[in-house]
Design a protein around this ligand. Structure first.
Ligand code: AHR
Length: 507
């Protein structure tokens, strides 16, 4: 038997602009994300542009990736950028101590990453090394990338084949400084972030958005320390804080911790607990926002969730240090729930980066070395939702929405958000119940509409995934919806994600 739910959307009540940067991505030197994922090298027999895998670029371009964070993660705080420039055969090697203890040959470095961003038409978000690098090293990387004219680093860049400076809008001041980024206390890191940020200069007309490495989950103490650091001393006589954003990381699992439960083999309870954990990101964001509001009521600083997504145990037989996991309908729903929450917090939340783009954690695409590429269910959520990028959020109200019992708590059966851009509205709905369909009636108020397209993403099981044998097992299909007056009716199968694109009519 179906459950029923009712919702109201106020299409004429505009909220905050949903920055396209909430749809950002993350690529670390970890497992097969860079090597074998993005980078195959100029001698590869696979189709590529300047050594960058063409099928991966083509797939990601369809998502309109707004920004890409690199080179880590934990790797960022042991990465020395000068090792990754100049002739590849002369580049020194290093040990990637965090991820598999493998030898990194630095063949993918600054120029290769900036080329990748050009191919994707994505803004670069570079995470500088604060944990084991010097202030000078970070300062010179900024100069190398962004300075025109005659300067030591601009000259070095030209010697390496790039005449013009690049535009680099986003700059990370280390990563997870409480852990792999230096095991620092919050106050100590806050001082360090201020010091490093001071020497990351705006060269020419390049304006850096400096992002302080933030909390794990709901560690509000960490956010408070960063906000205090900026509020007390950060402005240094100017109106601009010394860093412009603070980040936090939030990984989803089934309550048993990261890296413990299979990506594809899970119980009904583990499924529901995972969704509960995904919904909990709203509480975490609201907590950070409350702290930021207290110190910065004018909203000068942004909140950035620069790592989020599911973290399962690795696929059997793969290197435990490579974090390679499959991606199911369950992951797609986790993404749907997060993106709804992000839309609701678009006032303060300026950027988010799912971890990670290719072959690592909750990836968009999975590749093999023979040229195979599979689009994951999460990829399809990002594709179906891309109309929210830079759109204006409109309020959605769930009334009479069911909840699903798990342990001594409950999980909403429905998550929803909507936005308007130009003459189009986009409605996203995530239906989490695995045991029955949902009859949903949405009262569309404020504007007359017609339905342009409705699509649904689901499969027979929440554990269904795509692979070489069945690459489209989980792929968007047309969804039947009925519009009578302003009432939109649809039925969603269990564990489904849907988008409805509406054309706003004049008058
Ligand atoms: O995304 C994998 C790792 O998770 C990152 O390197 C680190 O920042 C986080 O702990």
């Amino acid at each position: 038997m179906s459950r029923t739910a009712r919702a109201v959307i106020d299409l004429d009540v505009t909220g905050d602009v949903i920055s396209r940067h909430l749809y950002g991505h993350f690529a670390e030197h970890l497992g097969r994300c860079i090597y074998g994922g993005f980078w195959v090298g100029e001698d590869s027999e696979l189709p590529h542009t300047d050594g960058i895998r063409q099928d991966v670029v083509d797939a990601l371009r369809a998502l309109e990736v707004p920004n890409l964070r690199w080179p880590g993660g934990c790797f960022a705080d042991e990465y020395h950028w000068r090792d990754g420039i100049g002739p590849r055969e002369d580049r020194p090697t290093m040990v990637n101590t965090h991820w598999g203890d493998v030898v990194e040959d630095n063949s993918f470095g600054t120029h290769e990453f900036m080329r990748l961003c050009e191919l994707l038409e994505a803004d670069p978000y570079i995470a500088g090394n604060l944990g084991s690098g010097t202030v000078r090293e970070m300062s010179e990387w900024v100069e190398y990338l962004t300075r025109d004219g005659d300067s030591p680093m601009a000259r070095l860049r030209r010697e390496n084949g790039r005449a013009e400076p690049w535009r680099v809008p986003f700059w990370g001041l280390g990563n997870e400084a409480w852990g792999c980024g230096g095991t620092m206390s919050a106050r100590h890191y806050a001082d360090e972030a201020r010091r490093y940020a001071t020497y990351c200069k705006d060269h020419g007309d390049n304006r850096l958005y400096r992002i302080a490495a933030g909390a794990a989950d709901d560690d509000l103490r960490w956010t408070r320390a960063l906000m205090e650091a900026v509020a007390c001393l950060g402005c240094g006589g100017s109106d601009r804080p010394v860093f412009q954003a603070v980040s936090f990381h939030y990984y989803t699992h089934s309550g048993e911790g990261i890296n413990t439960v299979s990506a594809t083999d899970f119980t009904d309870e583990q499924y529901l607990r995972t969704l509960a954990h995904a919904f909990a990101v709203e509480r975490v964001i609201a907590g950070h926002v409350a702290v930021m509001d207290a110190y910065d009521p004018d909203g000068r600083l942004g909140l950035v969730c620069d790592e989020w997504g599911t973290w399962w145990s690795v696929e059997p037989g793969t290197n435990p240090g490579f974090l390679y996991q499959q991606n199911t309908v369950r992951d797609a729903l986790v993404a749907g729930v997060h993106l709804d929450v992000f839309h609701r917090h678009a006032r303060r939340l300026t950027m988010a980066n799912i971890a990670q783009t290719v072959n690592v954690l909750q990836a968009m695409v999975l590749t093999d070395d023979d040229g195979g590429l599979v689009l994951t269910p999460t990829y399809h959520v990002f594709e179906m939702n891309k109309g929210h990028q830079d759109a204006t959020a409109v309020p959605t109200h769930l009334v009479d929405a069911p909840a699903l019992a798990v342990d001594d708590s409950s999980v909403p059966a429905v998550s929803m958000s909507a936005s308007v851009r130009g003459g189009t509205a986009l409605v996203s709905v995530t239906h989490t119940a695995a045991d029955a369909p949902l009859d949903l009636a949405i009262d569309l108020r404020g504007r007359a509409v017609t339905v342009r397209r409705a699509r649904v993403l689901t499969a027979d099981s929440a554990a269904a995934f795509n692979d070489a044998q069945a690459p489209d097992r989980v792929a968007p299909r047309p969804l039947d919806v009925a519009l009578e007056g302003g009432l939109l009716r649809l039925t969603l199968r269990p564990h489904a994600f849907a988008t409805i694109e509406l054309e706003l009519r004049e008058g």
